[in-house]
Design a protein around this ligand. Structure first.
Ligand code: ADP
Length: 343
């Protein structure tokens, strides 16, 4: 509603500018045309004014002068009518055009506003769910007069687990704010350091599940101008997902290569894969594929890939995914190479 009012106001402003220009030109045109007409009217006419000429009678002279005055009046009316019609058309056409342009101008703002509202609603929902479940569990435990010390400890343990999840959710939300505010620390970094750092951090979780992470670096000495912490975080999210959504004892391959002016990080897994219908949504905030929510019971809030994509976007890069259900997925993170990079 507010935005609709905004569109009308903006359209009004556009129209006012358009009409001011049109009225200014109309007034100038009117002045020039009337000036020309009046000059024509006052121009001496040898036949009428020459005393030794054909000698028109005073009556005929008056008649000719009256006719000329009438022609002048008619021409003036014509000019005024045409200018009025032109301005009326500009008012109608310009009004429609102004409204269309105002809508177009405000559409990105409206979309950003809608996305922000959706994000706030989703974040509130995700925060409320564990808080509600924790509260209910605690109330039930408190009402139990025979609650043993062991059961109380179990309840506290469950609370801590929920709080850990909440902490990771809040950290994820804060991460968005940091990336959105472009607080990235840009330096020249070697691309293979990002691979090494991310793989090192993913190894403990991979080892726990007997998953082998293989790295292939074909772009030695490649450098990127960017935020090392953020890019490592983005790659780590992708590798972590590959580990999370793969069966035990499978293999994940991380490749670093160079394609023309870009540095390409590829993460390939032989895991659950993603349905073609879900693939376009996995980079949306809070999106989790059905199978991750239900079948696999893997923890997460659907924020990881959205954060990774924001980081890659902030580096003017691209993050894409291809996948075959039950066969595996390939994530490709591409960022522009720094000027001094050599393959
Ligand atoms: P989550 O916290 O759920 O892992 P992400 O944003 O990291 O959130 O991922 C979004 C969804 O994309 C996941 O819930 C999962 O369904 C799907 N997904 C991401 N990576 C993979 C992968 N390597 N294999 C299969 N599914 C994946």
């Amino acid at each position: 509603m507010k935005l609709h009012r905004g569109s009308l106001k903006l359209a009004g402003l556009y129209l006012a500018i358009l009409l001011s220009i049109s009225l200014f030109f109309s007034a100038t045109l009117y002045q020039t045309s009337i000036g020309e007409l009046e000059r024509g009217l006052r121009r001496p006419t040898p036949v009428l004014d020459n005393p030794i000429g054909p000698g028109f009678s005073e009556g005929i002279r008056r008649q000719i002068i009256d006719e000329r005055q009438q022609q002048y009046n008619e021409a003036r009316r014509n000019i005024i009518n045409k200018l009025l019609i032109t301005n009326l058309l500009i008012l109608i056409g310009g009004g429609a055009l102004s409204y269309y342009l105002a809508l177009r101008t405000l559409r990105p703002i409206e979309e950003a506003h809608e996305a922000q509202s959706r994000f706030t609603a989703d974040a509130s929902h995700e925060l409320r769910t564990p808080i509600t479940s924790m509260r209910t569990e605690n109330e039930v435990a408190l009402m139990d007069p025979k609650l043993s010390l062991k059961e109380a400890k179990q309840q506290l343990q469950s609370n801590i687990e929920e709080l850990e999840k909440l902490t990771s959710l809040v950290e994820g939300l804060l991460r968005f704010a940091q990336i959105d505010n472009a607080k990235l620390q840009t330096t020249t970094i070697s691309a293979d350091s990002i691979v090494t750092l991310a793989v090192d951090r993913a190894l403990p979780r991979a080892e726990k599940r007997g998953i082998l992470i293989t790295t292939k670096i074909t772009a030695k000495n490649a450098v990127i101008s960017g935020d090392q912490v953020a890019l490592t975080e983005a790659l780590l999210t992708i590798i972590d997902n590959a580990v999370k959504y793969s069966p035990e004892k499978s293999e994940v391959t991380v490749t670093l290569s160079r394609q023309q002016k870009n540095i390409v990080f590829t993460v390939k897994d032989k895991g659950a894969g993603i349905k073609a219908s879900e693939l376009p949504h996995i980079f949306e905030r809070f999106y989790r594929a059905d199978s991750s929510r239900t079948k696999q019971h893997v923890d997460g809030y659907g924020l990881g890939l959205a954060i990774a994509k924001s980081i890659v976007d902030a580096h003017r890069g691209q993050l894409t995914a291809t996948s075959v259900l039950n066969k595996g997925s390939t994530f490709v993170m591409t960022v522009p190479a720094a000027k001094s990079a050599s393959a």
